[in-house]
Design a protein around this ligand. Structure first.
Ligand code: BMA
Length: 328
């Protein structure tokens, strides 16, 4: 059995047991969604967001689509990972000298990754089209933005939660400027978070229909003693539009450009009303995983129909076992 590495205990870890008779690898929280419509003044929908344990609570960066439909990023707090309060003002970034910089036109789909004693925010930003930005915070009050590390067009960037020697590693999904009818997962390296290179293809869209159009990494990879567990989204193109499901991969421990196991089935697909009906129906989009070291419990947060935040649960044993049993 794979074991977690570098995983601390999470105080107030949200958790609900698997319902009796449920056979899938991931089960939903019975009181979903955990974030409903209009949670912040002048924000219509919060989804595709990320939180981390911080001091005695959880804190995070949340995508809030405003009442003009343009997404911005907001800080949110929670004591239990289930009930949230939000700061009313969107995040305004400063540059590396600490100076205020103009807001870009939009910001969306943040991931939050702790590395050593800092928190890294990775999101889709506007640089004459969508691409990946990175900011660093220590207190979730001041967010220092790196100077345009990635070219357009790219999305779904997420850092590994530790350095490999002196290098940061990032998964990303190069895209186009619109609704991108392709998408594969790449790995890039940097020593300073500004200059990126040594790009590798990690995984390409599947022959399995649920992920045949595109795939992209979700939460930060989870370190195991024998690999990296990566939750991802996979997209099927149907007559009535794109369907976003959740899948998973296990990457090589020392060279995460290599896939050890790729689950041929989706782990979860839109089924519940809050996933199938909303601003963009039939979308579940994982962006955050809380992992409790001692128990191996995982709380997976996902955007539901671009309208709500949903929460689902699994354990490292259950999910790894399922991936290995159903690997290509
Ligand atoms: C993707 C991203 C996500 C969104 C998804 C479904 O391309 O833009 O933010 O959740 O589409 O609309």
């Amino acid at each position: 059995m794979s074991k977690l590495v570098n995983a601390k205990a999470v105080k107030n870890m949200p958790w609900e047991e698997c319902p009796k008779g449920f056979e899938g690898p991931i089960w939903r929280y019975s009181k979903n969604p955990v974030i409903d419509r209009h949670p912040i003044e002048d924000v219509s929908r919060v989804f595709n967001s990320a939180l981390v344990p911080f001091k005695d609570e959880f804190i995070g960066v949340f995508r809030g689509d405003n009442i003009d439909d343009i997404p911005h990023l907001y800080v949110g707090h929670s004591k239990d990972g289930i009930h949230f309060t939000f700061e009313k003002e969107m995040i305004h970034f400063v540059n590396e000298k600490g100076e205020a910089i103009p807001d870009t036109n939009y910001q969306y789909d943040p991931r939050v990754v702790p590395i050593e004693d800092k928190y890294y925010i990775i999101w889709c930003d506007d640089l004459c089209g969508p691409t990946i930005s990175i900011a660093i915070t220590e207190d979730f009050k001041k967010f220092v933005k790196m100077d345009n590390p990635f070219l357009p067009y790219n999305r779904n960037g997420v850092l590994f939660p530790r350095k490999f020697d002196d290098r940061y590693l990032m998964l990303s999904r190069p895209s186009d400027s619109g609704h991108t009818a392709f998408g594969d997962i790449f790995l890039s390296e940097s020593r300073d978070l500004t200059y990126w290179g040594r790009h590798r293809v990690v995984a390409t869209r599947g022959y399995e229909w649920w992920c045949a159009l595109k795939i992209g990494a979700g939460p930060a990879p989870i370190e195991l003693d024998d690999g990296w567990l990566v939750f991802m989204h996979g997209v099927n193109r149907t007559c009535s539009g794109y369907i976003y499901s959740i899948g998973a991969l296990i990457l090589d421990k020392d060279d995460p450009s290599k896939v050890l196991y790729r689950c041929k089935n989706f782990m979860m697909t839109p089924e519940m009303p809050y996933e199938t009906v909303g601003f963009v129906p039939n979308v579940i989009f994982p962006t955050c995983a809380l992992v409790d070291g001692p128990t191996g419990r995982i709380a997976l947060y996902y955007g539901a129909s671009d309208t709500y935040v949903g929460l689902a649960f699994t354990t490292v044993d259950k999910v790894v076992d399922y991936i290995k049993k159903h690997a290509r």
